[in-house]
Structure formats: C-alpha cells, structure tokens
Design a protein around this ligand. Structure first.
Ligand SMILES: *Cc1c(COP(=O)(O)O)cnc(C)c1O
Length: 410
C-alpha cells in the first residue's frame, strides 16, 4: 500500500460519509477547505503503522555484527510479518549490510521489485505460470525445491531470452520444503547442463535443536563439497534464520537469513541476547481515540461483559482490534501509551480496543495512542508479551490493509 494513502484515503472516506446529505454544489472549495482543516484533517478511522528507516538500517547493521560481519538476506515473508514487505524492502535497499530480501509468494517478489528494490530478491516458494516471464524479466531468484520444480523451470528456460537465476533449496532435515538432500546432486547436475540456468544461491533451513542443526550443517557442507568436486557453482550459501544465527556460529555460512530480528524482536528463548546486541523496535502501531465516555459503576464493556466498571471511569475506544493483528490477549494486562502515560487495556474485540483512563482525564477524542512501539518498555513487542504472558513472535502479525507510513527516523 502506498504510504500517501495513510492520510488521504480514510479522510476522504469520512468526508463522503459526513456530507452524503449535502449536495456537492453547496460544498464550495472554500467551505471544504475550512472543514478539512479542522477535525477532518486529524481524523483516522483505522489504525496505522509507522516505520523508521533509521531503525531498520540500524538493525541490519547490528544483525550483520551478530553474524561476524556476514551480509544479511532479510526474510520478508508474510508481508514482513504484517509490517509491509515493500516498505521494509525499500528502506533496507540502501543498506550495505543487506545482500537481498527473501519472500515466499511470487506476487510479493514482483511487488517488491516494482516498488523500486534493486537488490536480489529470492523467491523461496513456488510460482504461478502466469507470473513466470515477469519473474525472469525482473531477475527474481527462483528456488528449485523438487524434481518437479526443476522441470518447470527447465521448461521456462526454453521460453525466455534471459538466463534464469536459481537457488538450490535443499531439505537437510526440516522436512517441509526443499530437495531431499540425498537427491540434490542429480538435480544440480541437470541444472549445470542447461546454459540458461545459473545457480546463484544454495540454501537450507536449520531446525532449532542444536545437535540436529549441527547434523544439518554437516549434510549441507557435504553437498557443497560434492558440488565443488563436480565443478558446479553454488553461489552464496545460507542456512540461518534468527534462532540459528544467534545459537550457532557455524550456521552463518556466506549470508544469514533472519526474519524476526530485522523487526527488532528476538526469537523466544534467545531474548537474553538482546542485552549483548540491542536492536531497535522499528515500528509503531497507532490508533486515534474515536470515542470517550464516562461509564458508571455497574456498567460493563464488551460482548461477554468482560470488564465491570466499579467506580466512575473514563473509557476510550480505539478503532483497532484483534482482526487488525493487535493480540487478543491485550485485555489480560497490556498497556497503551497516550500522551506520556500508560493506560490499561480493559477490553479487545475484532475491531475495537477499550482503554481505561481513570476517573478524571485530559485525554480527548482525536488523541493518538501508541499500542506497540519503542517508546516505553511496556509497549515493545517483548514488553507487551511479558505483560500478557504471551509470545512476542506471534505478536507481530498485522493485517495487510493497515496503512503504513515510513519515516527517515522516529
Ligand atoms: C521464516 C523463515 C526464515 C526467517 O525466520 P525467523 O525466525 O523470522 O528469523 C528464514 N528462512 C526460511 C526458509 C523461513 O521460512
């Protein structure tokens, strides 16, 4: 989504709703201007995400340092865990620590290239034949992950002028995706016989148990050795998602391949590493207060009447809920930043979140809340997870439709 939509689209929508009873003629440009400068200008009917380029570039540099100065291939699958794959890829494009980006869906690889990203883009999943020529035109690195996928790319190579850049995707034991390692050599030999195909990367994915991950590394290294013996070029080697990157230096190979670390979060169980290699939370999830009411003792909030009001209490409503990707566990102790104060979340449903402001408040409709961000320890993904006793990894899972706005720095 274009960042410009953040401010203009919701506003226009709101204007249309507001003035649907007035004829277009009565809404002179002058009147329109006055109205839009007041409340309409500030009105956001949906949550939004703010992303900091400075923080993303900082994280890329830190991750490279963690990996002994190896370059980083940023995994931006699942729309960069909901934070915006095109936006994040564009911000990272200028980093000398970033070798490229990786995604799983063909359409996303195309969107990232069309967004202006010039670094290598690795497609770790399959592609639709309708997108095949465009992927080749755009120089997207296609994964060979099975005999069938090799045959598909082999057939494609006869239809295009350009050489196709490939990644040899080997399954060393994750059992999910990739050429079973014992079958790798025969496929690699077939690839090497076709001049239109060029292996530019060779990769696999490690599991988390260390002893098995070490065995996977051995299997991988053996294949590399055989490729070398056969004079088959294998390009840049990579194995390490965030967890292995932090756990096993041998996993670093030529390039590391983290996802969650790029967004400033450590995989669970590796959070102690945060002290040694601090990362920045490079985003904020924000929403505006759209309703403010003083509830009375005996009143309740939510379908299940989850929250019971015991004394007069101001309750703010934010237009963001679990359907947007804000964790539904928030009502079990999460806090939200409004101004410079933290307030408890008392109810969350699909589209709305309620925050208790206490018996007196200066907060007004139109004030902006930060639900997740770097500003206070309680609202970072880790801090949020601690408060609700949840998992920080799943916490980042925002819906694609949330508008994103990128900033040079926060
Ligand atoms: C998701 C994924 C990664 C990144 O995982 P994180 O735990 O987010 O670092 C790396 N490689 C592959 C193949 C993946 O699917």
């Amino acid at each position: 989504m274009d960042e410009n939509q953040t401010s203009t689209k919701p506003r226009r929508h709101f204007i249309v709703q507001c003035f649907s009873g007035i004829t277009a003629l009565t809404l002179t440009p002058k009147l329109f201007g006055q109205v839009s400068k007041s409340i309409l200008q500030r009105y956001h009917s949906q949550p939004w995400l703010e992303l900091s380029k400075e923080a993303y570039l900082y994280n890329a540099a830190q991750i490279s340092k963690m990996a002994g100065d190896k370059p980083v291939m940023a995994v931006l699958k699942n729309n960069a865990y909901g934070l915006g794959d095109v936006q994040v890829a564009k911000m990272l494009n200028g980093s000398r620590h970033i070798m490229g980006v990786a995604v799983v869906k063909d359409g996303r690889a195309i969107a990232i290239r069309e967004g202006g990203v010039t670094k290598p883009i690795l497609l770790m999943g399959d592609f639709d034949e309708a997108n095949a020529r465009q992927l080749v035109d755009y120089g997207i690195v296609l994964s060979v992950f099975s005999q069938a996928s090799f045959e598909k790319i082999q057939a494609l190579s006869a239809l295009v002028q350009k050489r196709i850049q490939l990644a040899l995707y080997i399954d060393t034991g994750l059992g999910r995706m990739g050429i079973p390692y014992a079958e790798t050599m025969s496929i690699a030999k077939s690839i090497s016989k076709n001049d239109k195909l060029e292996i530019v990367q060779t990769f696999s994915t490690l599991t988390t148990p260390k002893d098995f991950a070490n065995e996977q590394i051995q299997r991988f290294n053996q294949i590399i050795q055989k490729l070398e013996e056969q004079n088959i070029s294998y390009g840049a080697k990579h194995l390490a998602p965030s967890y292995s990157l932090l756990d096993i230096p041998d996993s670093h190979q030529d390039v590391v391949r983290p996802g969650i670390l790029v967004h400033g979060s450590f995989p669970l169980m590796k959070m102690e590493q945060a002290k040694k290699h601090p990362l920045k939370v490079p985003f904020r999830l924000k929403a505006m207060v759209i309703r403010l009411e003083r509830l009375k003792p005996g009143d309740t909030i939510g379908f299940s009447r989850f929250y019971k009001v015991e004394k007069d209490e101001w309750i703010a409503t934010l237009p963001v809920g679990w359907a947007d990707g804000y964790d539904s566990g928030a009502e079990n102790g999460a806090k939200v930043l409004l101004g410079d104060k933290l307030y408890p979340v008392v109810n969350i449903n699909a589209s709305h979140t309620n925050v208790s402001l206490g018996s007196e408040t200066d907060i007004q409709v139109g004030d902006v809340a930060t639900l997740i961000g770097p500003d206070q320890p309680e609202i970072t993904p880790e801090g949020f997870a601690k408060l609700i006793d949840g998992n920080n990894y799943l916490q980042i899972n925002y819906k694609e439709s949330i508008p994103k706005k990128t900033y040079e720095t926060f």
